[in-house]
Structures are given as structure tokens and as C-alpha cells.
Write a protein that binds this ligand. Structure first.
Ligand code: 7TS
Length: 406
């Protein structure tokens, strides 16, 4: 099915504005996506009509708030096809999800000499939590290298797995390169040696249909704000048997069934991992974003965005002095590049003056920058509301950059 992009654009109020006197072309979706009216409306309605704390009150508002909050958990479960609601833990975002796994699963399962396997293309939030865990436990971080296209090889994964490997943590879709990793094959390799796998799906869930049961993945992390939902909310999927054996990550209200000064009993899953009053409005907005994506159909979204990426890639390949960073065979949404002799920040600033919003910098993936020997890149990242016309405006703006630096 082909999508009606103009109708989709009409759902996003923020897109219809001028920046520096030019129509906004928002091409920074890997940093955060814009929100459709239905998400904004869901958050507004919650505050206007239903605001109350969840899981506590017997009054009508609290019951409504709880029903919406738990309804959103069901939407997340269905979206990634998790087997049970107990396996969906609401967290602040991908960053907190990974820290939760590191501190709860990691601290109780890893010891000195054990190893965690990651890749050279990870976002800092899939590096630093493991480094902290290593400092706490004496475990070691091992890294699968990338090639000059920004891909990893399965041989390199396999050769780095050993009896000491206790966890493999890999990005599903790289935010700096756009690479889609062969996650199914990585999981098969790791499971062949009984090693659990965490996938960082922060970028993936807005562009690829994810089925955690088909993947048989152990931990999957997601951030709502990168998939048309609010900031400050995300979800951790973890297999029930893993969550059941994990100690609480934070203590507080809502995560206990009984407290005395001698000992507390922890609540059932997933509440054991949701201490304190949660981001109720965020969860409800997250649910609305999933409804919206489901209505579009992730396959349709992927097909449309692939067309945009292909078109922009073809134009980039013939643009004078442009070097693509990330030329993997399987990619989604993201076009990272440098222009010979011009600093990415200068490019970003000049593009902004023409209404074109891109990200410039290391994209919280400094090891990737080091691999390609660049301080930073310009990163264009597409969402379903972007158009060929905006891609053309990007390249017209890049022509201006070239003229200015000629
Ligand atoms: N993992 C990946 C692959 C990411 O791209 C990001 C955020 C995170 C984890 C962390 O997600 P958070 O929602 O908890 O912050 N990436 C980016 C980016 O590329 N530009 O800004 C944030």
C-alpha cells in the first residue's frame, strides 16, 4: 500500500512552520521524531480529564488513568509481539533500559573475568553502562570491529564468543551509520552457546517491524520519542524467566507487595521494575504513537523511507567532495556524510539558515568517528513525513555550502 504523505504531514502540526524565513525541512529524526496530533491530543486529554496516580486510587480518575496506562502496555506488547504483559517494563528510554539490564541482570550474573560482547558501532548508551558494570564486577568488554562500509561480520562475532561471554549487546539499527545488523544470525550464534542477547532497538522500532518472539531475543530496548511518541519514556522487553530472576533496579513505591523494617516483598512483574510514580502521560502518548504507526503499517513506512534513502544516497554519491560514512548493504533511514575541507558544524549551520535541520557531531558514537578518522559527520535521518522535495532542498542547500567555501 502506498501512503498519502501529504495527509500524514497534515497530522504533524510542527512541520508547518518557517525557520529563518524558509519552510522547515526536519531531517533530524534519529535524534527525535516529531509528534502527530493524536499523540499530543492523548497527552492533553489525560491531563485535562483523567489525571490521577495509577494503581492506587479507588476513585474514577485513578481507574481511568490506570486503564489507559495499562492499555498502553498492551499496545507495546502487541507492537513487538511479546508473549506476556509481564515482559514489558516502562522506563525513561533506551538509556535507562540498558542501565537497568546492566545493573540488575549484569550485577547479579557477571563476575571478574566474564565478558560482554558489543560492537564498534554502538551508541554510547550501549557502551558506558557496560563499562560501569565492568568496573563494578571485574568483567571485560569485548568489541566486534566494523569494516569500512560500517558492517560487522558474523565470523568476527563468532570468534569473540567464548565460555566467558555472559552477554551480547548489539544495536539493531545504527544511529551513526544506518546499518541494519544481522540480529537474527547474531542471536543464533550466541544462543548456540547459551549466551543471552540484548538488542538496542532505539532507532529500529520506528523503521523495522520487530517480533521479539520470532527473534527469540532476550532483551529489547526502545525509546518512544524516536517513534513519534513523547520524550522521557520507553520500554524494556525482557523474557519473563530472566526478569523473574533479576533483583529490583530501584526501590520505592509501586514495586513492593509488603514492606516492614525487617524485609520487603517485591511486587509481581513487571511492577517490580517500575518503582515510583511513572511517566503516566508519557506512557499514554507512547500508546497513541504505536496506534498511529500501526495504522500506517511499519512495512509501508519502511518501503517509503527506503525510497527516500535510495534517492538521497544516489544524489549524495555524485555530489562533489562528498564522502558517505556508512555504506552497508542493509540500511535504513540514515545518511551520514562529510564534505571535503568543510567542518560538519559549518555545514549544519548553513543548512539551518535554509530551513534544513540535520544533526552534526559524533552522534554519541565516538568509536565510529574514530574508525572513519573524522571528528564528526553531517547526519540526515528520514521519517515517514519527509518528502523527495525535502531531499532536493537538502542538496540545493549543500550546493550553497559548496559555493560559500569555494
Ligand atoms: N541507542 C541508540 C542506537 C540511539 O540512537 C540512542 C539515541 C540511544 C540508544 C539512546 O536513546 P535515549 O532515548 O535513551 O536517549 N540516539 C540519539 C541520536 O542519534 N541523536 O540524539 C540521540
Amino acid at each position: 500500500m502506498s501512503l498519502d504523505i501529504q495527509a500524514i504531514r497534515a497530522d504533524f502540526p510542527i512541520l508547518h512552520q518557517q525557520v529563518h524565513g524558509q519552510p522547515l525541512a526536519y531531517l533530524d529524526n534519529a535524534a527525535t521524531t516529531q509528534k502527530p496530533q493524536c499523540v499530543i491530543e492523548a497527552v492533553r486529554q489525560y491531563y485535562e480529564r483523567d489525571n490521577a496516580n495509577v494503581h492506587r486510587g479507588v476513585h474514577a480518575l485513578s481507574e481511568r488513568a490506570t486503564a489507559k496506562y495499562e492499555g498502553a502496555r498492551e499496545k507495546v506488547r502487541a507492537f513487538i509481539n511479546a508473549a506476556s504483559l509481564s515482559e514489558i517494563v516502562f522506563v525513561r528510554g533506551a538509556t535507562e533500559a540498558i542501565n537497568l539490564v546492566a545493573q540488575s541482570y549484569g550485577r547479579s550474573n557477571l563476575k571478574a573475568g566474564d565478558e560482554i560482547l558489543i560492537t564498534e558501532m554502538e551508541h554510547h548508551s550501549n557502551i558506558v553502562p557496560w563499562q560501569l558494570l565492568c568496573e563494578q564486577t571485574g568483567a571485560k568488554l569485548k568489541v566486534v570491529p566494523i569494516n569500512d562500509d560500517g558492517e560487522i561480520s558474523l565470523e568476527d562475532v563468532e570468534s569473540r564468543l567464548s565460555k566467558r561471554t555472559k552477554l551480547v549487546a548489539v544495536v539493531h539499527l545504527s544511529n551513526a551509520l544506518g546499518t541494519i545488523n544481522p540480529v537474527r544470525e547474531i542471536i543464533d550464534l550466541a544462543h548456540g552457546q547459551d549466551i543471552p542477547v540484548l538488542l538496542d532497538g532505539a532507532q529500529a522500532t520506528a523503521h523495522l517491524a520487530v517480533d521479539v518472539q520470532a527473534l527469540d531475543v532476550d532483551f529489547y530496548v526502545m525509546s518512544a520519542h524516536k517513534m513519534l511518541g513523547p520524550t522521557g519514556i520507553g520500554a524494556l522487553y525482557a523474557k519473563q524467566e530472566l526478569l523473574e530472576a533479576m533483583p529490583p533496579y530501584q526501590g520505592g513505591g509501586d514495586m513492593i507487595s509488603m514492606v516492614s523494617f525487617e524485609k520487603s516483598q517485591f511486587a509481581e512483574l513487571p511492577y517490580r521494575f517500575e518503582a515510583g510514580t511513572p511517566n503516566i502521560a508519557g506512557v499514554i502518548g507512547f500508546g497513541a504513537a504505536i496506534d498511529y504507526l500501526q495504522k500506517l503499517g511499519l512495512e509501508n513506512v519502511a518501503e517509503y523511507e527506503d525510497g527516500l534513502l535510495r534517492y538521497a544516497t544516489e544524489r549524495a554519491q555524485v555530489f562533489p567532495g562528498l564522502r558517505l560514512i556508512g555504506t552497508a548493504r542493509r540500511k535504513a533511514s540514515i545518511l551520514s556524510f562529510v564534505l571535503e575541507g568543510i567542518h560538519p558544524h559549518d555545514i549544519g549551520t548553513i543548512l539551518d539558515r535554509q530551513g534544513v535541520a540535520v544533526r552534526t557531531g559524533h552522534h554519541c558514537a565516538m568509536p565510529v568517528m574514530e574508525h572513519f578518522q573524522v571528528p564528526a559527520t553531517v547526519r540526515v535521518s528520514f521519517s515517514v513525513y519527509n518528502t523527495m522535495d525535502e531531499a532536493d532542498r537538502l542538496f540545493a542547500a549543500l550546493e550553497k555550502v559548496r559555493e560559500m567555501f569555494a
